[in-house]
Write a protein that binds this ligand. Structure first.
Ligand code: F6P
Length: 521
């Protein structure tokens, strides 16, 4: 409250207004002085500035335009920023109240206002001593659920828990969609070297039945464990697939086998009950975990079953490293904040409509798809927190593919097309060949061709921006840092635009219409 009444006298309170009471970024970002200054700076200086020139003027540019934290190095030297740009971008973050928003998230304020919820995926990877929103309902249970997961995973690995007929459970099938699929699938692929001996990961998400049909031809139901993942436990695709899998198990092994071959992760205990998931095979989480942020919760169970809990905890530890950096580091040295500001710079000032995510690390093959949901479901909004229409563009279209495959597919457009596509390269330095290719591509995008007497169709105009996020090797900790980096980047962009990054009302209408059509047939 901004003021308190005492004996009828209205007194001004010294308690600062809570962030959410002030409404997230109550002013249009376009009205902020820093936005106006950035507009001028863009038009007068940066719009036509060549990246080559920026490099020529500053011999120390790679050092001056990079941030290191944990195991990651963000090199943004190949973007159109100079010291003035950086200062203005950081001013924009300050004027948009980004530091207060960060604190509000960690404090458990209900910043997901349209759903009246806190946003606390950061609590899932915290230590209890971090005291992140411990008063919020459920937060103190986080570590209990992790222990329950650990006991279950260890028992499966030690064959203390087996299939109905006594065989070891080695084939883990994740049934889910959206965040309940993309997270586990992306991370299982990324953490392939960390899989426990003999364990295999599979997934079923789509509604047309083909994925399960294919798996049925190759899997032995006696060794198969289905992990039904759904925050709501009502999602039509997931429930259809879970029921089809259940039918298969019942058909082959009998009704009594369901309890041994199905576990579930959800916030809906009644629905898990109805499905026949025994209480000790149910892994809960809380409404303050958004679907696209749920890998860190019990939704990560299929991943933990395949990699072992120790490696799952390493992933969480990586996320925590980025959280701590994000929470306490000044705006100008803050990696997620910088990545967000660069996104806004190209989106709102240079007019870029899409961004490519290009991992030079095949284990991150599904990372672009994962980031598509994270960024487009979070930032694909045109109404602000205060209910008014936005006055600037919001989320860009996110797309991508792993590096060398993409080079032989769509890089033509990146190098010579008419559209500006800022790029994020993710580079694992563990492969010399991948490193050489990634660095060559970043250089070609920036420098283009310098020959003057070549045919026009050979000309690479260059001056195309890219960030490179370097890491030595894709460990579970590095993966955790990468995911959390982008989560926070998306949040900061949303704060500046004044939108709610944590709801997804735009997916509801299509679902409703599909239900109506099904009822009518
Ligand atoms: O329809 C979108 C969505 O709600 C996503 O946000 C979510 O990740 C996905 O559906 C799956 O939802 P659930 O985990 O409840 O099945």
């Amino acid at each position: 409250m901004s003021s308190t009444k005492s004996r009828g006298v209205k007194r001004k309170s010294n308690v600062p207004k809570k962030y959410t009471e002030r409404k997230l970024s109550a002013r249009y970002p376009t009205d902020l002085p820093a936005w106006q200054a950035l507009k001028k700076h863009h038009n007068a200086v940066m719009r036509d500035k060549s990246l080559r020139e920026l490099f020529a003027r500053d011999k120390e540019r790679p050092q001056n335009c990079s941030i290191t934290t944990g195991d990651l190095l963000l090199d943004y030297s190949k973007t159109h920023v100079n010291n003035v740009t950086k200062k203005l971008l950081h001013r924009l973050a300050r004027e948009a109240d980004v530091p207060a928003a960060i604190e509000a998230m960690f404090a458990g304020d209900p910043i997901n206002a349209t759903e009246g919820r806190s946003v606390l995926h950061v609590a899932l990877r915290s230590k209890i001593s971090d005291t992140i929103a411990l008063a919020a309902p459920g937060v103190r249970d986080v570590w209990q659920v992790l222990t329950k997961m650990e006991e279950y995973v260890d028992a499966v690995h030690a064959s203390m828990i087996k299939g109905h007929t006594g065989k070891r459970l080695t084939h883990i099938v994740n049934i889910g969609i959206g965040g309940s699929d993309l997270g586990p699938v992306m991370a299982a692929k990324a953490m392939r070297p960390f899989w426990s001996a003999g364990m295999r990961f599979h997934s079923v998400s789509n509604i047309d039945g083909t994925q399960l049909a294919d798996l049925k031809t190759e899997l032995d139901p006696e060794k198969t464990l289905f992990v039904v993942c759904s925050k709501t436990f009502t999602t039509i695709e997931t429930m259809t697939n879970a029921n089809a899998a259940r039918q298969w198990v019942v058909q082959v092994l009998g009704e009594g086998a369901v309890a041994s071959h199905f576990v579930a992760a959800s916030t809906n205990h009644a629905a898990m009950d109805e499905f026949g998931i025994a209480p000790d095979r149910r892994f809960g989480f809380w409404d303050w975990v958004g679907g696209r942020y749920s890998l860190w919760s019990a939704i990560g169970l299929s991943l933990a079953l395949v990699t072992g809990m120790k490696n799952f905890r390493r992933l969480l530890a990586g996320g925590r490293v980025m959280d701590q950096h994000f929470r306490i580091t000044n705006l100008d040295e803050n990696m997620p904040v910088m990545l967000a500001l660069l996104g806004i710079w190209y989106n709102n000032f240079f007019g870029a409509q899409s961004q490519a995510i290009l991992p030079y690390d095949n284990r991150l093959e599904r990372f672009p798809a994962y980031l598509q949901q994270l960024q487009m479901e979070s930032s694909g909004k045109s109404v602000r927190m205060d209910g008014k229409k936005v006055r600037c563009d919001t989320g860009m279209i996110i797309w991508g593919e792993s590096g060398n495959n993409a080079q032989h597919s769509f890089y033509q457009l990146l190098h010579q097309g008419t559209r500006l596509v800022p790029v994020d390269f993710l580079l694992s330095e563990s492969s010399k060949l991948a490193t050489a290719n990634c660095e060559a591509q970043a250089e070609a995008l920036m420098d283009g061709t310098t020959d003057t007497d070549i045919e026009p169709y050979r000309v690479h105009a260059g001056n195309r921006p890219s960030n490179t996020i370097h890491y030595k090797q894709l460990t579970p900790e590095v993966l955790g840092q990468l995911i959390a980096l982008y989560e926070h980047k998306v949040f900061v962009e949303g704060v500046i635009w004044g939108i709610n990054s944590f709801d997804q009302w735009g997916v509801e209408l299509g679902k409703k219409l599909a239900q109506a059509r099904l009822k009518a047939t």
